[in-house]
Design a protein around this ligand. Sequence first.
Ligand code: COA
Length: 136
Amino acid sequence: MFPAEAREFLESSARDGLTSESGAVWWVFEVDGIVQGVVFAQEREATDRVWDVTMLAVAPDSHGTGLGSRLLAHLEAALRARGQRLLVIETSSLPAYERTRRFYARCGYREVARVPDYFEDGDDMVLFWKRLDGGP
Ligand SMILES: CC(C)(COP(=O)(O)OP(=O)(O)OC[C@H]1O[C@@H](n2cnc3c(N)ncnc32)[C@H](O)[C@@H]1OP(=O)(O)O)[C@@H](O)C(=O)NCCC(=O)NCCS
C-alpha cells in the first residue's frame, strides 16, 4: 500500500532503528523465520513523552487475524510500562486506507486532526491519538 518513494525511507528507518542508539522500538512477529508483522515506533523530538507509530504492517495473508491489534497492544503496554504519555499515528485519507482508519478507531484511537493535501494533493494526513497514562 505504501508508495514506491517510501521504500528508501522505510529501509533507512529500519537500518537506523536497528543499529543506532536512537531509542526507537521495533517488534517483529515471525513464524518459521518468516516475518508476518512489524511495528516500529519512535519518540517525537521536543515533546513530553509522545511516541509516533512510524510503521505498522501485517503480511497480506495474515490480515484480519488479530496480529495488527496484538502488535499495537504490545507496543502500548511496553510504552506504558516506561511511563510514556501519548501515542500518535499518521495515516492517509485515501479510500484505500479506510480499513486502516477503522482499525485504529477499533483499537481505541481518536481521530483528532486532518491536514489537507499533506502527503500530496488530494491525500490528507489523518492523525489518530491515544493517551497511554489515563490522563485528561
Ligand atoms: C492495518 C493492519 C496493520 C491491521 O492489522 P490486521 O492484523 O489486519 O488487523 P486485526 O486482525 O488486528 O484487526 C482487524 C480489523 O482491522 C481492520 N482492517 C484493516 N485492514 C484490514 C485488512 N486488510 N483485512 C482485514 N481487516 C483489516 C478492520 O477494521 C478489521 O476489523 P473488522 O474485522 O471488524 O472489520 C493491516 O491490515 C495492514 O498491514 N494493512 C496494510 C498496511 C497499513 O495500512 N498499515 C498502516 C499504515 S498507517
